[in-house]
Every structure is written in structure tokens, then in C-alpha cells.
Ligand binder design. Sequence first.
Ligand SMILES: Cc1ncc(COP(=O)(O)O)c(C=O)c1O
Length: 398
Amino acid sequence: MVYNKLLKEKGAIRLTFLPFAVPHITQAEIDEVVDTLRSGWLTTGPKTKRFEREFAERIGAPYGLAVNSATAAMHLALDAIGLQAGDEVIVPVYTFTATAEVVIYFRARPVFVDVDPVTCNLDPARLEERITDRTRAIMVVHIAGLPAEMDAIQSIAKSHNLPVIEDAAHAFPAQYRGRMIGTIGDLTAFSFYATKTLSTGEGGMLTTANPVYAERAAIMALHGISHDAWKRYSAGGSWYYEVLQAGYKYNMTDIAAAIGLHQLARSDCLLERRREIAQRYTEAFSRWSELETPPNPAHVEHAWHLYMLRLRPEQLTITRDEFIQALTKANIGSSVHFIPLHLHPFYRDTYRLVAEDFPAALHAYRRAVSLPLYPGMTDEDVEDVIAAVEQIIGVHKI
Ligand SMILES: Cc1ncc(COP(=O)(O)O)c(C=O)c1O
């Protein structure tokens, strides 16, 4: 402790551990959850319906369907477009496993594409060569909250008559050339997982402008039945329902929606604080040639879910893993986004992939470290992160 204090005085170490991510929960969320618990209606009901409506309005999407994860939303999206066994779906390799695993639910095949070396998003220049006569959809991921190059992707998709499904797990609220993410592709999946920019603990939303997709997804999200429980058990509802399909159990609870309503109402402020922290990091780290700061091009509004810093190991005497160990010792939490899917045993062995198949993803992964970035961080927390990074880089630069 005395040692820690001395180091702290020298600006080198925090006294307490700074977690990598913490959800931003206020009294408003707590009161709304309590109100839900007291209301007698815990599962999908009036608060979920309101959350769907307000979220869709915020995005400007004609339809929003609240579900229990982004994974569920992506599964429903692929179901809505009629994906079949043996089909292929294009998936950027630099993502979380959820983006690809939903394809496998259908016994279809994820066909991986390498990413742009700067943005880590699907590289449109590499997209067309992966399209075959079995391709049925293109999945796009907006890594860290930075929108992918949608114009180029959409134009390739159109020329092959393929739907675009966006994994926007990181991208609320984000914009591409003035358009909100959630209104560009055919279907978009958002995540409200505990670490995300809008959190309901677990949760997700599917948005679309297509009424046929919206109706199919709503039915499949609740066992394939014709009427949800709210319609059956509320005043004026009917006990009768019909099973139209063998569906899933993906509905959001009103307890989760209660949290979401207030996170949504604060989403502009939450983004503003994230943006401020990201700007402060970039201002500090762009002074170091050993560090590569995340891109933030003028034609997008970044959601700043993650601050993905990249090291230039050729200018350092430590590896990325050693850098993370040093950060942990300095009481700063961090993470790595992402281990490209082709490096994981399942994808590597199932599709016979080797590390060098996707060089841009491999190179980005080996240098990546995500720093704490959440609205509840104080200015002092932010400066502690900067001090720790600068101290490590200062000691280990060549
Ligand atoms: C890129 C990406 N897609 C999808 C998901 C899955 O989201 P959920 O946990 O809501 O299913 C995640 C979760 O971290 C993610 O990072």
C-alpha cells in the first residue's frame, strides 16, 4: 500500500482497479424496474412495446422487435430471409463468434472475408471474390461502433441481389453519411449486453423497414405463435392462439425493457461522454509513434463502444500481451477485440483455415488492446489510463 501510494504520487499507478467496463445505471432505471416488479407484469408487455416503439423512432426504422440478445436478432434475421442448409453467408472474420454461429444454426456456411487494415471492418474490395452462386446474404459488423463502408457494400450486394444484415451490436447510436445505423441494411441487430452502449443486462433489438421480415421475426421470436402473451392476457385479449411455425423463445422481458427505456432516453448524453473520453485518449496517444489510435473518419458518427488502441510492436521491446500485463499491474482493466474467428479451434478445424488466410485481421489482432471507455469514468480515471499507457510505452519504446 505504501509502495502503491508512492507510485501514485509519481503518477504511475492507481490505488484501486479500474474495471474495463461498467454499465451506467441511475435511479431512473432502478425506479422503473421496481415499478415493473410491482406492476404484476414481468415478461413482454407494455414496457417492451414502448421500448420497441421508442427505439425504432430514435433510429428512424419502421419496425423494431425487442429480443433477448443480438444473437437472437441475427438468428431471426437469417430466418426472415429464408436461409437454408447448404447456403453460404458472407461474414467478416474480425468479429465475435455470434455473427458466424447464427449461420451455422441453419447448417449453412459462414464464408469469411478479411477486413480493412485501418478500420477492422469488412473490406469491400475483398467482398466480391467471396460471393458464389450459393451466397444468400452479406453480414456486416460495425466494429467498436465505427460504421462499415455501407455504400460500397450495399452496391455490391445490390448487384448480386443479396440482402445485407448488419451486426450493430457495437453501433448504437451511430451514423453513416447522415443515416442512422439500423436504417441502411435489410435487417439490423443491436445488442444490449451488460458492456454495450445501451445495456439491459441481456437484450437486443432487430430493426427493419420490411413488413414481411418484421412479421416473420415477431412470430418466430415467440414460439411461432400468432399472438404474444400481452395480447392474450391483457383486457380485451383472447385465450386463443395458433402455432404457425416451430419458433424460438427470444422475447424481451419488461424488466429488461424498463432499464432500456431510460438508457435510450439518455443515449445522447451517454454518447457525448464516450466521445469526450475517446477524444482525450486520441489527443494523448497520437503523440506517440509507437501507438496507432482508432480511426474516426468525418463521414461517420462513431458510437464509441470500444476504444481499440493498436501497438506498433516493431517500435517496442514488449509484446501486446506483456503490455496488457503491465496495464493490469497498473490497476487498469483492458481487453482484446477480437480474436479473429479463423484462429478459434472450431472455425479453424471445421473450415480448414490457417492464420495467414486473413492477414489484415491477424495483424490487427496481434496489436490490439481495448482500453476502458464508459460514461461513468471520471476525468481522473481517464488520466490514470493515459498515465499508465504512457508510462509503459515510455519505458519500453526502442
Ligand atoms: C460483434 C458482436 N456481435 C454480436 C454480439 C452478441 O451480442 P449478444 O450478447 O447481445 O447476443 C457481440 C457481443 O459481444 C458482439 O461483440
